[in-house]
Design a protein around this ligand. Structure first.
Ligand code: SME
Length: 160
């Protein structure tokens, strides 16, 4: 199946999941699984959420699909994850071995995308995806992952 059609199909499926999930937490669990199962180059998919009231601020691993990671808590000044959450911008790394910020999760990971999740204009967490393929995240993937992160933000906004 062409990559564009796969993206379109999974975009529809995740929109349906968002409508069908009873809570934001259910949605994050099933969204991580859907993206991991359906997108062939998305080899680890997970959410890191900002711990409420933590000082200094801390990202904590939430729902994920893929192998367990040693990085269950990440301060905002560490990793690609910390860079995305602290800047409020998507970070795409085509070759993690060349990025000094990278915190290794698996030896197989070659590229990574991290997209912040916003509620009421503030970063509350992020969607992190690792790939075993170099430069796996094209501009189309970036737009798609940003759409997924925005769906999660919208579900969280409703539940607050
Ligand atoms: N690679 C991330 C850490 C999380 S693992 O990929 C699951 C980072 O550099 O922040």
């Amino acid at each position: 199946m062409p990559v564009a059609s796969r993206l379109e199909e999974v975009r529809n499926e995740i929109g349906e999941l968002s409508r069908a999930s009873p809570t934001a937490k259910d949605f994050m669990l099933s969204a991580a699984k859907l993206l991991h199962d359906r997108m062939l180059k998305y080899n680890w998919v997970g959410f890191y959420m900002l711990e409420p009231g933590a000082e200094p601020p801390m990202l904590v691993l939430g729902a994920f699909s893929g192998a367990m990671t040693p990085h269950t808590r990440i301060p905002l000044n560490q990793g690609i994850c910390g860079a995305a959450a602290s800047s409020g911008h998507t970070v795409v790394v085509d070759d993690v071995s060349k990025d000094p910020r990278y915190l290794a999760c698996s030896l197989e990971t070659k590229s990574e995308i991290v997209v912040p999740i916003f509620v009421d204009g503030k970063v509350v967490g992020e969607l992190d995806i690792d790939s075993h393929f170099p430069a796996a995240f094209t501009p189309q993937d970036q737009e798609f992952v940003q759409y997924c992160a925005a769906l999660v933000g919208a579900r969280l906004e409703k539940s607050i």
